[in-house]
Write a protein that binds this ligand. Structure first.
Ligand code: CU
Length: 113
């Protein structure tokens, strides 16, 4: 085996365990982040939000009419002002909408990685 081949094998072997580690394991525990979605002019901003497990999402009402944030198994109050906060502990895509304005396209999704 040439010196070069041995060197390549050694670096490959060293890289392998790192590749098998879950993301975030290298830097210790990753801090949970807080995200904000604004309800404004019959839309969620941003409509698609990517977060990590353990992160929180806060919806903030900034409109002149009533809205709600409704998921399959949980929902906010219908209100004109205020906030609604949810912590996402499981991976997946979570679709939601405002029940009053769903026909107008007031929908959003949270993608938890
Ligand atoms: Cu609405």
């Amino acid at each position: 085996m040439s010196r070069r081949t041995i060197g390549l094998l050694a670096s490959f072997a060293a890289a392998l365990p790192l590749a098998l580690m879950p993301t975030g394991a290298l830097g210790g525990a990753r801090a949970a982040r807080a995200h904000t979605v604004t309800l404004h002019e019959f839309r969620f901003h941003p409509a698609t939000l990517n977060v990590n497990r353990g992160d929180t999402v806060k919806w903030v009402w900034r409109d002149q009419v009533e809205h709600n944030v409704t998921f399959r198994s949980f929902h906010s109050h219908t209100q004109v002002a205020g906030t609604y906060t949810v912590r996402f502990n499981h991976r997946g895509t979570f679709n939601y909408h405002c029940t009053i304005h769903v026909e107008e396209g007031m929908r959003g999704k949270v993608i938890v990685h």
